[in-house]
Design a protein around this ligand. Structure first.
Ligand SMILES: Nc1nc2c(ncn2[C@@H]2O[C@H](COP(=O)(O)OP(=O)(O)OP(=O)(O)O)[C@@H](O)[C@H]2O)c(=O)[nH]1
Ligand SMILES: [Mg+2]
Length: 230
């Protein structure tokens, strides 16, 4: 039996997997923006959508995961992301996956007509986007999964039941102490309807490697080109 080379023995496989996933996410670059669904390009590569209430931390999570401060536009002003913004991933200029930053819902100061229009765009996106490979719902655990989040879970339930991977990312975990984090995690697990749940903090970099590995695994599962992922 051949001896295991020392470099494979010394490296922790989990560290290797997260370094690979984070390196891959770091290749992210802006692809396009669309105010309406029909303006989105039809793509063949797996796409992972980031959804959640306004101010939940979607854009910040994308910036943290891609290790790029200004990729997605994060802001103290809720309702800032008003378009679907796509970011391409892949080495050597190839695109082997796409991240989609969707406009947040539930921001009170947005006029009702705009809110309804956006909810419709979101619902249509989630139901019809052919290359959708996974959904990440970001949720501020201090508020929990609210009615609009539940409505969105209902919308995607048929696709989740057909195997669409789904992750609830409990953001801003730095605002909670350990026992509050544990409680938020168990409540969200009950509500997530079969999806995965993780704690995440952009500030403390908590859960970043774990979420990065989750994203990469979903793209591999969806059959992203292997040579580009290596
Ligand atoms: N303490 C803390 N604050 C965070 C974290 N993530 C995001 N924030 C803050 O939350 C606010 C909203 O973050 P965004 O990333 O812009 O939220 P969004 O979900 O993209 O919001 P919309 O684009 O309005 O839908 C900003 O002030 C961020 O700095 C985190 O992990 N910890
Ligand atoms: Mg945003």
């Amino acid at each position: 039996m051949p001896l295991t080379p020392s470099y494979t023995r010394e490296k922790n496989p989990l560290d290797t997997a997260s370094a690979l996933a984070l390196g891959w996410l770091h290749t992210a670059r802006f692809l396009t923006t669309a105010a309406q669904l029909h303006q989105l390009p039809a793509l063949q590569v797996p796409e992972i959508a980031f959804v959640g209430r306004s101010n939940a931390g979607k854009s910040t999570a994308i910036n943290t995961l891609t290790q790029q401060n200004r990729l997605a536009f994060a802001s103290k002003t809720p309702g800032r992301t008003q378009h679907i913004n796509l970011f391409a991933l892949g080495r050597r200029g190839q695109t082997d996956a796409v991240l989609a930053d969707l406009p947040g819902y539930g921001y009170a100061a947005v006029p009702q007509a705009d809110k309804l229009r956006w909810q419709q765009v979101m619902v249509n996106y989630l139901l019809t986007r052919a290359n959708l490979a996974a959904v990440v719902m970001l949720c501020d655990p201090r508020h929990g999964i609210k009615e609009l989040d539940e409505a969105l879970l209902e919308v995607i339930r048929p696709r989740v039941e057909q195997g669409l991977p789904f992750l609830v990312l409990l953001t801003k975990a730095d605002k909670l102490n350990r026992s509050e984090q544990a409680k938020a995690l168990s409540i969200a697990r009950l509500q997530a309807g079969g999806g995965d749940v993780m704690l995440f903090s952009a500030l403390k970099r908590q859960g970043v490697a774990e979420a990065a590995c989750w994203l990469r695994a979903r793209v591999e599962q969806a059959g992203g080109p292997e040579q580009a992922l290596a």
